[in-house]
Design a protein around this ligand. Structure first.
Ligand SMILES: [Zn+2]
Length: 161
């Protein structure tokens, strides 16, 4: 889409009708393709390669594996590959919340806080991965979030062992 042509058309229209040029810009804007590359990414993910854990311990092991995957992909600068495991973490945290409630109801409240902390870290990563800021994406570093993630994981293990 060429803005120059549309702007010229609007200018001509404004000249011809004597109207302010602001009104006709709306339809042009509506036709502009979405600049957010991720509008097709509706966060509805199939669970194809996500195996639901049966126990808290199994879930935590999966979580550690996913963290390692995200870390490796980000270290390699491959944000698209990192996105998959980032989302799986979200699903897994939900599963873990349910498993903890079932298996370890006594520590549920504390465990939920730790799960929440992990979620927040990954949510930040996801925001940058899908953000419009290319520079921020290039600089995205798992190491910045690792301490919070690892502390929460350690806490979860301690609570649920
Ligand atoms: Zn995503």
């Amino acid at each position: 889409m060429s803005c120059r042509i549309i702007c010229a058309a609007i200018a001509l229209l404004a000249l011809a009708t004597g109207c302010a040029p602001s009104a006709p810009t709306a339809p042009a804007a509506a036709k502009t393709p979405a600049t957010n590359a991720h509008t097709d990414h509706d966060h509805a993910h199939d669970h194809g390669d996500h195996e639901e854990p049966k126990t808290v311990a199994a879930g935590l092991a999966q979580l550690e594996k996913l963290c390692a995957d995200v870390k490796a992909h980000l270290a390699a600068g491959d944000h698209e590959k990192a996105d998959g495991p980032v989302h799986m973490v979200g699903h897994l945290l939900e599963d873990l919340g349910e498993l903890v409630a079932k298996e370890k109801p006594a520590v549920e409240a504390e465990a939920k806080q730790a799960l929440e902390a992990v979620f927040e870290s990954f949510d930040k990563l996801d925001t940058v991965i899908h953000g419009a800021d290319e520079e921020a994406r290039k600089k995205l570093d798992y190491a910045e979030h690792a301490p919070a993630i690892e502390a929460a994981l350690a806490k979860l293990k301690e609570l649920t062992k």
